[in-house]
Write a new protein. Structure first.
Length: 311
């Protein structure tokens, strides 16, 4: 089988690994300007968010390379993302491609979803594949945690996961911040969602459990409703970073992201009430990189002056 799957930042190698284990020929075209262009062209409504367009662009590129089946991530939450595979399937049919799009959920449904793609897989193999995938994810993320330098400006990154994890989509924001001398922390990785699903947040590395519990409680008081996407997490983690005395927070969202836009006023209030600077970046297909760089530099510069003011 030739399975196409949109790449997902530095997790893409794990998708390939999973495909190798299952005996699939996996195609994961890296996100590029062309990917975003293709997706925007064939899912042209400005009301569709950037991840929908970018993943469609990847699917078209995978079809160009001969994919017979396609995987689309299904967040299993209440955001509209869970329905994107339907729109993407329609767009591909209009373009004349016959590949089938399969939504795949991350969680206990993963083995069944894998078998829906490839019915020749045994139950046993699909469960072992799921177990291996979880282990790879945790191992992969362990490698990413570097030592902490207390002199650096500490920035917490909150927002929508796809824009946070894919460097092409976020215009390499994390690397740029690190090159400017800042240390960047984000909770939004795959292990967070696995831990959350299985109610085992303790698996997360470098987390102050006590502060996180306080932040979660406050977050619920401020916004007592599940909004979908990562909106509730954006509130919780902004409070956490404020309590943990981070120097600032970057709120990253694609245009027009419903959950992140809805929680934005709450995050602005947290910024004021907890005295933690928050800068918001809204990314779309037309984001001008020069403008983004200038804002990033200014933000790090201001935080660094503020941090060193008393010294
Ligand atoms: S969380 Fe936001 S960006 Fe992601 S799919 Fe939902 S609306 Fe779109």
């Amino acid at each position: 089988m030739k399975i196409g799957c949109p790449s997902f930042g530095n997790y893409t190698s794990l998708i390939k690994k999973l495909g190798d284990y299952l005996g699939w020929d996996t195609i994961t075209p890296p996100v590029s300007e062309r990917t975003i262009e293709l997706g925007s062209k064939y899912l042209a409504s400005e009301l569709m968010c950037l991840p929908a367009k970018s993943t469609l662009g990847s699917m078209i590129q995978a079809c160009e390379l001969g994919a017979t089946d396609l995987i689309m991530y299904d967040a299993c939450g209440i955001c509209r993302q869970k329905a994107y595979w339907i729109l993407q399937q329609r767009a591909l049919r209009k373009l004349g491609y016959t590949a089938t799009v399969h939504p795949v959920r991350l969680g206990l449904s993963t083995p069944n979803d894998l078998r829906a793609i490839d019915p020749s897989l045994s139950y046993w193999k699909s469960w072992v594949a799921f177990y291996k995938l979880i282990r790879w994810i945790f191992k992969h993320e362990e490698k990413e945690d570097g030592p902490e330098d207390t002199r650096q400006v500490k920035i917490g990154l909150v927002g929508e996961i796809y824009t946070i994890l894919d460097p092409v989509v976020n215009r390499d924001l994390v690397r740029k911040l690190r090159n400017m001398g800042a240390s960047v922390h984000s909770f939004l990785n795959f292990s967070y969602f696995i831990s959350k699903k299985f109610h085992m947040r303790g698996w997360m590395n470098k987390v102050d459990r006590e502060l996180l519990n306080i932040a979660m409680k406050k977050s619920h008081e401020l916004f007592p409703k599940e909004i979908g996407g990562h909106g509730n997490e954006s509130i919780t983690f902004t409070i956490y970073y404020a309590l943990k005395k981070f120097d600032g927070v970057i709120h990253l969202m694609p245009f027009p992201c419903m959950p992140e836009a809805t929680v934005s006023p709450v995050i602005d209030d947290i910024s004021r009430d907890y005295s933690i600077p928050v800068m918001r970046f809204i990314l779309d297909t037309q984001t001008a990189e020069a403008g983004l760089n200038t804002r990033l530099e200014a933000f790090v510069d201001i935080l660094s002056r503020k941090k060193n003011k008393g010294k």
